[in-house]
Every structure is written in C-alpha cells, then in structure tokens.
Design a protein around this ligand. Structure first.
Ligand code: IUR
Length: 457
C-alpha cells in the first residue's frame, strides 16, 4: 500500500482549489479520528474546504469516511426498507419529531431517531423530552435495537461511539468560522444518518427570518446537496423546504412544546404542526414503499394521530426510555391541567396585551425565541443548563382580529421580564389594518432525487 499523502500536502491541494481523491479524504478523516492530525491542521483544512468548496463526489467521500469513523448501527434483515428518520435544520417551536416518530412507528416503520439539544435560538428535541420526569436519552445501540423491536421508535442522544469524526470537526467549525460550508454541513448531517443505516430519510430544510438559511434559494442549495449525497449513500432521501418566519404551532419552550405535541398525538393541536407532521411522514411512507403516493402516506399518518395508535406508541416509548408507567399513562391520558402539573410550571405566567387594534399579519419567531433564550429557555454554549419550564404560548393566530389591550401572548418565566424584553416581544407582533391576503404555504417546495434511486439498505 502507498504511504498516505502528508496532511500539509492535502491542505495545500485544497487551498489551491484542487480536487481531493477519495483516499486522501479518508486519510484526513483518519487523522481527525485517531488524533494524529493537529488542531491547526484540521482548522486549516476546514477553512480550505469552506473557501474552495467540494464537488458532490468529494462530499460523498467525506460523508462516507466520517460515517465509518466509529460504530455503525445494524438492524435485522426483516426491517430492510423500513428504517426511517427525519432531520430538521432547526426552528422555533419545532416539536415535529415528538409526534412524528411514534406516528411512523404506528404505521409500521422502525424509527431510530438520534436527536440533538437546543443551541442559540433553536430548540432541541432531547431538551423537550427531558421535561418529562424520568425520560432518558442515553441508550446504547443495543438498547436502541431492543426498544425498536418492542415499540418501533426511540428518540435518543448521539452515542459517543457513533461518528466520532463529526464531534471533532463540528467543535472546530464553531471556532474557525466554517459552520456555513455546504459540503461540511452535508457531510455532518448525513454521516450521522448513514451510521444509523437508514432506508429512508426526509429532511425539513427551513428558510426565513428564524432559520439557518434566510432565503428559499439558499435552503434549496443545501436541500439539493443533502438529497444528492443521501441518495448516493443508498438512502431514499427527500427534502421539504419549509417557512420559518413564525413559530411552528402556538407553544415555544421545552415543557410547553411537549404539551402541544401531546395534543397533536391526540388528533388535535395547531393545524400547521399537524400538517408538517403528516406531510413529512407521508413522504417517508411513500419512500419506504408502505404507500404508493406521498398523499396516501399523509392520510395514513393523519389516521394514526386520530385513532390513538400514535399516542399509544408515544406512551410505550416513554416507558421504554425510563419514564415510570404511571407517569407515562397520566401524561398521555390526563387532562391538560394534570399534564402541566406533571411537567412542572414556571413561577410566573404573564399575559401581554395588544398595543393597538388590528389584524394579525404574523408573529415573528426570532424576537420571541431571543427573549425566551434570555429568560433561560435556551443555551448559548453546548452544556449550559436550560430551564425547561420557561416558554410562551401564542394566544392568537395569523389572520385573527385583535382589540387593543386583548392578550396575545402568555409568557411563562421565573424571573423578571425586562422593559427591553417586553418591547422586543411586542415588536414580534405584526398588526395591520386589514386581514392578511395570500398567505404563503408552510411547505414551499419538495426536493426529490433527480436520478434513479439506488437500492436502499
Ligand atoms: N446539524 C448538524 O448535524 N451538522 C451541522 O453541520 C449543522 C447542523 I449547521
């Protein structure tokens, strides 16, 4: 075997805009995983990739090398075609995973969902679930298999054994201003999905004022990269471009979002949340062949929410992930007041009045999330604690008429809402003299692979 090319040579090659061979990319990732690459060298390579880019073949090689940098999951042959997951690029009030994973399990899929924690203004599924007393997110791959056999879905944190290269690279991207690189984002997201050995994946790529990507065009570029590389990995991959100007649903904040997800799992709750859950799930049922069309998949998901089977799976998942059976039952079958008591309530509950009369044009998600972050609902750095009870409930929806002084937002917090925070929240409410016209759809576009799909795993 030839000796590997020295790392400085690889860095120079990418710095000068040349293409890296697959073996060179594998050699770089081995250096990262084994610790032989110096931090400065890794940072330099990340910056070279950020400035010079990578073509689809290089991005695929990087994804594969990262995916196999640690353990990968393995499933029984009988599950072939049925192992699915969803990934979202992050939004405000996005509790889709909490309802979608059990609803998919109720439709016959196996869902080994590996989720993250909130950072900055975006929330994380693991934090939301940890608002439920007893819920554990640190299952080993063996425990995941066991839960999938019994229940069909689990939502867990990333084990340290899976994709160790991503942990190193992601940490360094944060401090080297290389987070916003298309190939690096693609490889980071998909390496974790490839290590999960998925059959099908649906991506919710959000765009707008409170999203990673401000415009539909930039989100489309990421979606296309993810769909192309995912497809080449043998995963049936599709992406939806969805708007993230307003919070999804009416609740923002970890415990409040669990309550809203439970409503969705009972067949009620806000229509935008139900729509996104059923559309994303419908695409997956179609991709894994359980339905002939995405629309039929959407209808099947809706039935699972309406007939209690999704809620039953959620209760079983809670039990399998450490929640005492009585708590899981009371949470799933209880009244809203019992549920709130189980999850714990913030000390202060304050309603904000509308400053004037008008029609709600929109409620902007970003200022809302920023203020809640300051009140303790979010974290600025990985590992910071969060207050799971802090949050807000929207009391109005787009297109609704408000009288001056009518409450429009209920803020749950445990300190003081500053005058500046109050002002920022009031600025989030956009009122107009007439009802808004031609509201754009939540799901703007669906991105499917352009070429034929390879056999899924
Ligand atoms: N989520 C990931 O898993 N990786 C990334 O690079 C980003 C979000 I940005």
């Amino acid at each position: 075997m030839d000796a590997p090319t020295p790392l400085p040579t690889l860095i120079r090659k990418k710095r000068d805009g040349e293409r890296l061979e697959d073996a060179e990319i594998r050699s770089f990732v081995s250096g990262v995983t084994e610790g032989t690459a110096q931090q400065g060298q890794i940072g330099a390579m990340l910056m070279a990739i950020r400035l010079r880019g990578m073509d689809a073949g290089e991005t695929l090689a990087l994804t594969q090398a990262m995916a196999t940098s640690g353990r990968t999951l393995a499933w029984p042959p009988a599950w072939q075609g049925l192992v699915v997951d969803k990934h979202s690029t992050g939004g405000v009030g996005d509790k889709v995973s909490l309802a979608l994973a059990p609803a998919l399990a109720a439709c016959g899929c196996k869902v080994p969902m590996i989720s993250g924690r909130g950072l900055g203004h975006t929330g994380g599924t693991l934090d939301k679930l940890e608002a439920i007393p007893g819920f554990r997110v640190s299952q080993s791959p063996e425990e995941m298999l066991h839960i999938l056999e019994r229940v069909g879905c689990c939502i867990v944190g990333q084990s340290t054994e899976l994709v160790p290269a991503d942990r190193v690279l992601y940490g360094l991207r944060d401090v080297t201003a290389t987070v916003d690189s298309l190939p690096l984002i693609t490889a980071s997201i998909l390496s974790k999905k490839a290590a999960e050995r998925l059959s099908a994946l649906v991506l919710d790529v959000k765009f707008g004022g409170a999203a990673l990507y401000p415009t539909q065009e930039s989100a489309r570029e990421l979606a296309r990269s993810l769909v192309e590389v995912g497809t080449h990995l043998g995963i049936r991959t599709a992406a939806l471009l969805t708007r993230m100007e307003q919070p999804l649903g009416r609740a923002v904040g970890n415990a409040l979002e669990v309550l809203e997800a439970l409503e969705c799992l009972q067949g009620s709750g806000p229509p935008d949340l139900r729509h996104l859950v059923t559309v994303l799930g419908g695409v997956l049922l179609w991709q894994c062949g359980l339905e002939q069309e995405a629309e039929k998949g959407r209808e099947r998901l809706a039935r699972a929410l309406d007939d209690g089977s999704a809620l039953g799976k959620f209760e079983a998942m809670l039990g399998a992930q450490g929640v005492p059976p009585d708590t899981a039952r009371d949470l799933c079958a209880g009244t809203p007041a019992q549920r709130r008591q189980l999850l714990g309530e913030a000390k202060v509950c304050e309603e904000l009045p509308a400053p004037q009369e008008g029609w709600v044009q929109q409620v902007r998600a970003l200022p809302l999330a920023r203020v809640l972050h300051h009140l303790g609902a979010g974290r600025s750095r990985a590992g910071d604690p969060v207050n799971l009870r802090v949050g807000a409930e929207l009391l109005v929806g787009t297109g609704q008429h408000l009288r001056a002084g009518q409450p429009w937002l209920r803020v749950h917090h445990e300190g003081t809402l500053s005058a500046e925070g109050r002002r920022e929240l009031q600025d989030a409410l956009c009122l107009g003299p007439e009802p808004p016209r031609d509201l754009p759809p939540l799901v703007a576009e669906t991105i499917l692979p352009s070429g034929p799909l390879r056999d899924s795993q």
